[in-house]
Design a protein around this ligand. Sequence first.
Ligand code: HSE
Length: 424
Amino acid sequence: MSRKNLNIGLFGFGCVGYGLYEVLQKTPGLKANIKRICIKDKNKQRQIPSEHFTFDKDEILFDEEINTVVELIDDADAAFEIVKAALQNGKAVVTANKKMIAEHFAELLQLQRQHNVPLLYEAACCASIPIIRNLEEYYDNDLLESIEGIVNGSTNYILTKTAEENISYEEALKDAQQKGYAETNPVLDTGGFDAKYKLLILIAHAFGVITKPEEIYNLGIDKLGELELNYAREKGLKIKLVAYSEKTENGKINAFVLPKFVHKNDKLFSVDDVFNGIKTKSYFSDTQFFSGKGAGAYPTASAVVSDISALSYDYRYEYKKLNQIETLASDATIILKVFLRHDLEYGHEFKRYFEEINECYLNYESGFIVGTISLKHLKEIAGRKNAATSIVLFEIVKRDGIPTAIGETVKRKHLGRLSNLVSN
Ligand code: HSE
């Protein structure tokens, strides 16, 4: 198959932009040339000569020789305007901006269709792990049952350092920022928003559901405290920030981002530092596991290069599952076993929200409850101001409001469908 020559207009020359420039120098087999780089800051010292740069985005967007735009800027709103204009002008686009994609997913799909140009974004989810391409190609059938993982490198780095090396939260966050892992606004990482944007993208490719960020619940690691960290230590567990999605028997999607206690038998247990890990489960192949660096200049740039290379073969996402009818499940039908820490005076009140209580503890200022509760009630408690709550998930105990082992029930349904196919 012959490869197309790509003439690239690059937006952004920060950590990942420079990483991409370097990685491209080392991959001469790829016929991709960066013609022009658009940057914002006129005073910042750059590592390459100034003739490569422009401050005018139209010099890229309206350059007919440029057939590919690579967008690596920080500002999601400005990124959307650039990507939109590039697609409208018939240019293929590669982006790593998960916030921008998550906030405009439906519109970006429409723009791709309308202008018949591809938009690729492997670097937006888990940096070096080729998860989107796998969901698009390998899992292009409806047998995928769930996808769960650690999808944010900064928070995993912080959790690893604070739990295992006794480094303070603030120091670990600063370190993650210095290493180029964290978002400019680190609350996007620590509050679980970045993980949610990535989950939203994964759900679109895994299950064909397009949703909006505000429809997926996220809690981050920024409220974790000593009680739950000690609880984890005493029981030989680790706390990880986990993004979770699964298809239920009723064809609905359960999805959320929560801190979770992870047991040592779980593959995610040994995913530490800046690494990400994704577990997929499908009806016949059971579980599979992907792991790789989830943030940083080179891991992200390598995913961008892979997308550029794919464009040279005219690759595009096909979104094969989009016309299936799954939607998000109601929060009231998902029942979770959780650890809830609360201020002393809220103990009685919060207990009333639980379906079942397995364990309680109080000291002179706070306490915790371990028990089962619906996602709906959990959100109400977590939304309460001044209650000093922190929540860590153990597991999902009911789906569609029913205590079922999802693998078994849904498998039966699919086996039924497959045998129909065979007998037809
Ligand atoms: N801030 C993100 C993270 C960068 O820490 O995972 C990679 O998407």
